[in-house]
Design a protein around this ligand. Structure first.
Ligand SMILES: [Fe+2]
Length: 186
């Protein structure tokens, strides 16, 4: 379920807004310059994922000047004894507040992840699921929680090859706010 929870940035336990209505989520995000789109899902198991979404990807790519479109997948591998450590490392990488000098644009093909946008004196936590495209404007303070057992496939759009590189703010704010799991089970 796509979900938005808005909290004051100095009171993580206070819920200002909580909704699973995609139109309300988009309206709220647009007040921060971000947006949420819903794309129709291609049949599951389609081997050429980028091809399956070509009609949606190409117009966005042209509009946004995205040079690079790729797929990122995190999938639990129970057979890999190092998986828990790899999952922790992958999760930790983006679990601290950072900014980018280009928009962060992701389309969730499957699975789930939560973006936290720190805009003004509020934090907007957006749980994205299959069919959600989120666009976070450049320069927006944010972090991302893929959960303790990460599992998702997402299309990423970049204006530059190193567009995913984060500039960390040094703030410890992220650890004060509810995790992806906590948001899903309030
Ligand atoms: Fe980011």
């Amino acid at each position: 379920m796509t979900l938005l929870q808005v909290m004051p940035d100095d009171a993580p336990g206070t819920v200002l807004l909580r909704t699973d209505d995609p139109e309300k989520i988009d309206a709220e995000l647009r007040s921060s310059g971000a947006r949420l789109e819903r794309w129709p899902l291609a049949p599951a198991g389609e081997p050429d994922v980028l091809g399956a979404y070509r009609d949606w990807i190409e117009p966005l790519r042209r509009r946004g000047g995205y040079q690079l479109v790729d797929l990122v997948t995190m999938a639990p591998d129970e057979a890999d004894p190092d998986w828990p450590e790899k999952a922790r490392a992958a999760r930790g990488k983006f679990l601290q507040e950072h900014i980018h000098d280009e928009d962060e644009v992701r389309f969730f093909v499957s699975g789930r992840g939560c973006f936290y946008l720190h805009v003004g004196n509020r934090v907007q936590a957006v749980v994205c699921e299959a069919g959600d495209l989120i666009a976070v404007p450049r320069g927006t303070r944010h972090w991302f929680d893929m959960g303790t057992s990460p599992g998702f496939t997402a299309v990423r759009f970049f204006q530059r090859e190193d567009g995913w590189v984060g500039d960390f703010t040094g703030s410890g704010i992220a650890r004060l706010f509810p995790s992806l799991q906590e948001l899903m089970t309030p």
